[in-house]
Structure formats: C-alpha cells, structure tokens
Design a protein around this ligand. Sequence first.
Ligand SMILES: [Zn+2]
Ligand SMILES: [Zn+2]
Length: 373
Amino acid sequence: MLAGIVGGKGVPASVTGNPLVFVTLTAPSFGAVHRVAKPGDKSAVCHPPGKKRSSCAHGRARFCTVVHDPGDEVAGSPLCPECYDYPGQVLFNALASRAWKALTDNLYHHLARTAGLSRAGVRKRVRIEYLRVAEYQARGAIHFHVVMRLDGPDGPGSRVPAWASGELLCAALGSAIEVTTVRVASAAAGERVFRFGTQHDAEVVDFTGNGFSPEHVAAYLAKYVTKGTEDVGGADVVVRHRSRIAELGRNAHVRALMYAAWDLGRVADLARMRTRAWCHTLGYRGRVVTASRGFSVTFKDLRAVRAEFMAAQRGVDTSATVTESHFSYVGHGFGSPLLEEWAAELREDRQEARQLARDALADLPSEGRGWAA
Ligand SMILES: [Zn+2]
Ligand SMILES: [Zn+2]
C-alpha cells in the first residue's frame, strides 16, 4: 500500500507527484435508518420531522429526534423494519464488486469526455490505478474507500500529461458514478437496478499542500483495513441453517439482513447470487482490500514491506512520533489475525459456495436457469 503512495519496492519515489484522489462510494438508500450524530454537530437530531406524513403505513414514526452516539445500539437500524428493503440491500451488497468493476470500466470514457479527448487517446496517455477497501456502514451496507492514482502510459514512473489532474479525475468520477448501474433480473422477484449512493465524495490528495502526507493516506486506509470485517455485524462463520441466524448477528436489523440473504437463496433464478453462502457477510462476496495490478506491488511484496518495516520498528522508539505509530498500524492492518481469518474463510466459503450452487442447480427446473445479470 505504501509503495503505491510514496514509492519504493520498484515504484519510483516520483509517484508522490502523480495525481491522487480519495473517493468514498456509498450504497443507495434502502429505507431511513437511525443515524449517528456527526462529531461536533450536537444540534443534529436523527431525523427531524418533515413535511411528509408523520407515520408510515405500519404506524411507525417517520422521524426520530434523538441524538444518537456512535455506540448507540439503535444506530443503523431502520425507523420501520417493515418498510425497509432488506432483500434490496443484500442484493446490492452481492453486486457491489460488479458495480465497482462497471464503474472502473466507465471511468476511462468519462475521463476522456471530461478532458475532451477520445477514449483511445486517453488510454494511450494515462493509466488509472487504485486501491480499494471495503467496509460496512452501520446499516450493514457495503461501501468502498478508494485511493485512485493517475499514472503516465508506462506506469508510475512515466510522465502524467498536464491535463490529467486530480481535479479532472474527481470530475470524471462524479459523472461516472452517477450513470453506473448494475442490474439483476429474476422471473420471480422482478428486475432490480442499483447504482451507488449519491453521497459519494472525491477529493484530491495534495502532498505539497498542508494537511496531507503519504503517512496520512496510509493511516487513513489502514483504519478501514483494520476495521474490516469485525464491523460486519453479521457473523464470522458460514451460516449452514436458517435456524442458526437467531443466535448470530449484532442486533435484530443485522439478523433481518441475514434472513433476507438466506431467503433470497430460495428464489430459483437468484441462486447464482449465492446469498446463502454469503449470508454471514450480508451478501457481500468481494475482498476487504483490492488493488489494481499497477497500483503498487503485489500483496506478497506488501507483506515483505511490512516485515521490513516491523523489523525496523523494533529498534525504534515510536512513542514520540505519531507518524511512526501510524506506520506500525498499517503493518498490523495487513497482517492482522482478522485478515488472515478472513482469507481462510474465503477459501472455505468458496468450497461451501460451490456445494450450495450445485445443490441449488440440482433443485432448479431447467427453465429457471435463464438468469441474466
Ligand atoms: Zn434515531
Ligand atoms: Zn413502515
């Protein structure tokens, strides 16, 4: 991760001069949830009463005037569970990686349009590289934190054209996010089209200005990497029977998501979404950390960087410098038992998923197999 930002391990140090952008991609809304007050904004209530009718069809209030603390049990839970689109959120989580892929495919086109060049022209002159970290919001929806970098045509060391600025990339991201959709069609459940939430925000990282340093970027990502799966609220084991869900999950909302994931497995032409195999991750089946091939180096190399760093750390008193402790945090991020566990789980899950898929296919009438993505 660090090599892609500050250079090293085969990445030239000049990479710090390449345009770098942070972007957060959120999930769309699946219903109003109790919100945590933003730090410093003590006057913000959860949902102020609005002009709409004050209660839903189930007689539950559409507003909540409480100021929820981050530790509040109710944070992330819907105002009305019956109104909440649980299957929709599980399907979005299941499709999140595909939505990301679609977005990155669209991005060159939007970069070209924003720059006033042809798509082929842009591809010849710049490369888009990224590192993506997946995280769950309190409501259990997946969102992505991404560091995106523009490189010259021959990788991080080659010159980036002057027009290819971080601001241009932010603008292209904005327009690409707006139009990128993923679709899932089911004869039984109908068609659903999802797009990323409107609250995406892209910001240019400028190492020459104040406020940002490569260490800050690394620390920022490490925070999300280490948060990783422990915040799922789902479960750390594959769910094999629906009855198990009652004992799992952080709260009723998370369990409702798990039930939805399980029950979607019953919809014949949604079996390929494998939401039962990924019930414990609330539908999400991507990785916690993903990097484009050219972003920095391989994860094997990252482990080596970390090992070197950790070795160097042992001889250094880190108590006096914040930066140093951030670095060690990065090291722990990639080497945490949590991520090791997650990796082991992914391997297990793949086997489990294959079995579930075989079972599901065996159950299907032949006309039920015409599921289109
Ligand atoms: Zn509330
Ligand atoms: Zn309701």
